[in-house]
Design a protein around this ligand. Structure first.
Ligand code: VG1
Ligand code: CO
Length: 543
């Protein structure tokens, strides 16, 4: 095999965001763009002899082209082997599992998750470390630093490898192993959940609908729900993977998963609905005419975890991202286990899980997971719910409502303003921060501000500090408003407003979160002037 050293020049915009580097496909198609980033990854890790790299992606446009380039660069940079999902496909949680199962020196995951796919849409790439989790900031910063000074990259010049056929091929001491992307992951799920109980449930008159949103989870859902758990084929919606994700936006929320929402809200026939995002790490859970907020989902799973075989011994602790509601905190108090609060993004949970401090983690953005892998895991969350329903023999709505009765309810909503011009979004954040000293003790209707700050986090395991992780306005009664700029968008800025009010007495409150939070929504505008400054009416997405 001949290795070529190619001269290149840095691109200055390769800073990984919340979940890796995301740009338009056209940006990735520029000569050397992908190669520069991949070389910067390889230069930031120590590639020891005889190590393998896991490789796969969410199947979006440009996935297979990028896979071929990365295989050739892995060969040139000293990897002994690349383990790649058939046709280049691996969901994010499956990739995390493969890294751990085959002990590879981490993996490269090609995904822009929920961002739309296609020639004029988005592509993404991230490196996960040998524990299976997203690279911590120390590594993503090293990658960014290398990308700014890169002058050459190395690539082998063999022809494209056939990744559509399962098997292993050798190329001068370098191997490419093409694996089935689903089997190992499905086996892991079967080892964790009570499949016989779920099978009985799915073969009764209980009706499930799963929406793959034309993205990577289709084949996984088919294997789990239809082949292994005996649900009828027609429980699957949009489960054929397409390079453009069917022209849709695979974000599992009430706005983008409207087909599933229609199926659950238009008839009484369907008992349980779930959807996954582009790369399969997130999930939305619905009961019949009932939406489970992701923060409540985490709390309900934590409260009922011992009904699931994998957690029957109990949980060592739980963690949630800062903007996620405090519902799980209340469960942790009752279970007498620690609850950690981290910045947004799964990379902050890895150290806690590796140190055995937490078993379950979650984010308000429809991400839930546990220490079985080091990524959030959409289908895992769906199986948690099915296992809990099978054991409790109650509907989704009854399970959540009895949870509120026991713990109180953290009424919660997130408002996203997408594609706001960056200068306006920045001015909004600056305006809020300029009030940090004047806000405390200020009265807004019945609410008094307690503190206002910019969240920063010190990792309890390695002491690393992450600053600027979102602006928090905390009220004396435990209610909160959080403002954050998204780190995953590729057009303008997305401003996220997270609203939370605690209601101890469930009998008192409005079921509709928007009604219950109406006053908080007004206060958020008063403090931020977001609508005024951006001349926007309603948010783009409300969840
Ligand atoms: C969003 C979510 C965050 C999540 C991230 C990656 O980030 O808010 O909670 O971890 O997406 O999820 P941001 O920076 O846009 O708010 V995924 O499914 O794209 O891997
Ligand atoms: Co995702």
């Amino acid at each position: 095999m001949t290795i070529q050293t190619i001269r290149t020049q840095p691109f200055l915009d390769q800073k990984p965001g919340t979940s890796g580097l995301r740009k338009k496909v056209t940006v990735f198609q520029q000569p050397h763009y992908l190669e520069n980033f991949v070389q910067s990854i390889f230069d930031s890790i120590e590639i020891t002899p005889n190590t393998a790299l896991t490789l796969g992606g969410d199947g979006r446009y440009y996935n297979s082209t990028a896979i071929q380039t990365i295989i050739k660069m892995a060969a040139a940079n000293g990897f002994a082997k690349v383990i790649v999902g058939q046709s280049g496909v691996l969901s994010t949680p499956a990739a995390s599992h493969i890294i751990r199962q085959y002990n590879t020196l981490g993996g490269i995951i090609l995904s822009a998750s929920h961002n739309p796919a296609g020639p004029t849409e988005d592509f993404g790439i991230k490196y996960n470390t040998p524990n299976g989790g997203p690279a911590p900031e120390k590594i993503t910063e090293a990658i960014f630093a290398k990308s700014k000074v890169i002058s050459t990259y190395k690539i082998a010049d063999f022809s494209d490898v056939n990744i559509d056929i399962i098997g292993e091929m050798q190329l001068d001491g370098f191997a490419v192993q093409v694996i089935d992307p689903v089997t190992d992951y499905a086996d892991l799920m079967a080892s964790m959940f009570d499949f016989s109980a779920i099978k009985l449930l799915l073969q009764s008159d209980f009706k499930l609908k799963f929406d793959g949103m034309h993205a990577v989870t289709g084949p996984y859902a088919k294997e789990l729900f239809v082949n292994r758990l005996g649900a009828p084929q027609n429980c699957l919606m949009n489960c054929e993977v397409s390079e453009t994700f069917g022209g849709g936006h695979p974000d599992p929320n009430l706005t983008y998963a409207h087909e599933l929402v229609a199926a659950l809200y238009s008839t009484k026939d369907v008992d349980f609905g779930a959807a996954s995002d582009g790369d399969g790490d997130r999930n939305m859970i619905l009961g019949n005419r009932f939406f489970v907020t992701p923060s409540d989902s985490l709390a309900v799973i934590a409260a009922n975890a011992t009904l699931i075989p994998a957690y029957k011994q109990g949980l060592s602790g739980v963690a949630r991202s800062m903007p996620t509601s405090g519902a799980v905190d209340r469960v942790a108090i009752k279970l007498n286990i620690p609850c950690y609060e981290t910045p947004t993004g799964w990379k902050f949970f890895g150290n806690l899980m590796d140190a055995g401090k937490v078993t379950l983690c979650g984010e308000e953005s429809f991400g839930t997971g546990s220490n079985h892998v080091r990524e959030k895991d959409g289908l895992w969350a769906v199986l948690c719910w099915l296992n809990i329903i099978a054991a409790k023999k109650q509907s989704v709505e009854d399970i959540v409502k009895s949870h509120w009765l026991e713990y109180g309810r953290n009424v919660y909503s997130r408002h996203d303003y997408e594609a706001v011009p960056s200068d306006i979004a920045n001015s909004v954040m600056t305006h809020i921060k300029s009030q940090f000293t004047s806000l405390p003790n200020q009265k807004f209707g019945k609410y008094y501000v307690k503190t206002a700050d910019d969240f920063s986090y010190t990792d309890p395991i390695d002491g690393s500090i992450s600053t600027g992780q979102g602006v928090r306005i905390l009220f004396t009664d435990g209610s909160r408003i959080v403002f954050r700029l998204s780190g995953t968008g590729t057009e303008g800025a997305t401003v996220r407003i997270y609203l939370e009010a605690f209601e101890p007495n469930v009998a008192n409150h409005h079921c509709d979160a928007q009604v219950a939070l109406a006053e908080m929504i007004e206060i958020a505008e008063e403090i931020s002037q977001l609508k005024q400054r951006s001349a926007r009416g309603l948010p783009t997405v409300i969840t």
